[in-house]
Design a protein around this ligand. Structure first.
Ligand code: SOE
Length: 379
């Protein structure tokens, strides 16, 4: 009888995503029958004292501040990258060369060149790699994908329309944080929020053939701190795009951080020959479905409460009607990553998916720079 494997994990990053992923590493083994034990070995952050405190609070055995030493530690099996975007490529490439399995927060990279380098590194090293687009694993969205695959939307999809709206930087006094700096983030709402809805477009409908986009930076200058010098904002605050999928469906995307009142409002609607599906993250346990097969007197959108044990991931949680939250989508992502590391099978989305998404983001950026000129998303 072979001994049960233990995966020793290191996580780099201690802010929002570091905390959300730490929670996922703690909970996944408790609620999923994983094929390996998980040892939360090291939390790595910039500040020694803050990282020690975060490690103790979030359940990590050790704290570190040197990510290169963590990557080179042969006792560690997998690395979870939750840093600002400018470190994704350097850390992931080093981790791949060190033979580590890698899960990385979205967007994969700041640009297409970095994304290609990351794909090359994980392919050369033949290591398990995953990109954390957690919304694919919101049960209602995973159910939407199952319904589409089962043909419940009919043979053809006509429209995919998605919007991701927040308002956290709408105040002109909000400081110039790293997400608003191209050298740190790569882009603004495009890479931060647009990456999610482009990934969902690919997940639910298919590959995108061409796209035309416009973007805007509404507040052109911000201060890094109160009273500091005004600096130019060199990323987008919002974009809107139209396009076409390779299967002929039409695409309509919008991402903004200036939709006052919208705190984290991801929504989409898919219209197919057999019906329509509507999702709203502000009602994340529900999926609205219109079935053309319903008799005329019953025509209307059904409101599915996605909490049945037969729904994706739900058998691991509570009885029907007991709702899940944002954090469960990250727990599901980590659980599937652990299964992939042990099985050696591909898990989606992986770095190649991230590269395909980066191609679309790059096309949106180039189209926006050319006043909306349609751009082919090169194959
Ligand atoms: C900030 O816009 C942010 O934290 C994104 O970076 C996440 O990916 C998104 O899920 C919530 O908002």
């Amino acid at each position: 009888m072979s001994r049960r494997r233990t995966l020793s994990i290191a996580l780099i990053g201690t802010k929002f995503m570091g905390r959300a992923h730490s929670n996922a590493w703690r909970q996944a083994p408790r609620f999923f029958d994983l094929p390996a034990d998980v040892r939360m070995a090291v939390l790595c952050g910039r500040d020694a004292a803050a990282t020690r405190e975060a490690a103790a609070k979030l359940g990590w055995e050790n704290a570190a501040t040197d990510w290169r030493a963590v990557v080179d530690d042969a006792r560690l099996d997998a690395l979870d990258i939750c840093t600002p975007n400018d470190l994704h490529a350097e850390i992931a490439i080093a981790a791949a060369r060190a033979g580590k399995a890698i899960i990385c927060e979205k967007p994969l990279a700041r640009n297409l060149r970095e994304a290609l380098q990351m794909v090359g590194a994980v392919k050369s090293a033949r290591v398990t790699n995953m990109l954390c687009h957690n919304y694919r694993r919101v049960p209602a969205i995973a159910l939407a994908r199952q319904m589409i695959e089962r043909g419940e939307m009919g043979k053809r999809v006509y429209h995919f329309r998605a919007r991701y709206a927040q308002d956290w930087i709408a105040d002109e006094n909000f400081p110039l944080v790293w997400r608003l700096q191209a050298d740190k983030a790569g882009s603004g709402a495009l890479g931060d929020l647009g990456a999610h809805i482009v990934d969902l477009a690919r997940f639910l409908v298919g590959e995108i053939d061409s796209i035309s986009a416009l973007s805007s930076t509404f507040i052109k200058k911000r201060r890094s701190k109160p009273g500091g010098a005004l600096r130019t904002v060199d990323v987008d605050d919002a974009f809107c795009a139209i396009g076409k999928f390779r299967n002929g469906a039409l695409l309509n995307l919008e991402a903004t951080r200036f939709a006052r009142g919208r705190k984290n409002h991801l929504s989409f609607e898919i219209n197919g020959s057999g019906g329509s599906i509507v999702f709203d993250l502000e009602k994340m346990n529900r999926l609205r479905f219109f079935d053309r097969r319903d008799r005329a007197h019953a025509h209307g959108f059904r409101d599915i409460i996605v909490t049945e044990p037969s729904h994706p991931y739900l058998e691991n949680w509570w009885p029907p009607g007991h709702l899940l939250g944002y954090e469960h989508s990250v727990i599901h992502t980590v659980a599937d990553f652990v299964c992939a590391v042990v099985s050696g099978k591909r898990v989606r989305p992986d770095f190649e998916d991230g590269f395909e998404t980066q191609r679309v983001l790059d096309a949106i950026q180039r189209s926006g720079a050319q006043r909306g000129k349609p751009i082919r998303v090169s194959r």
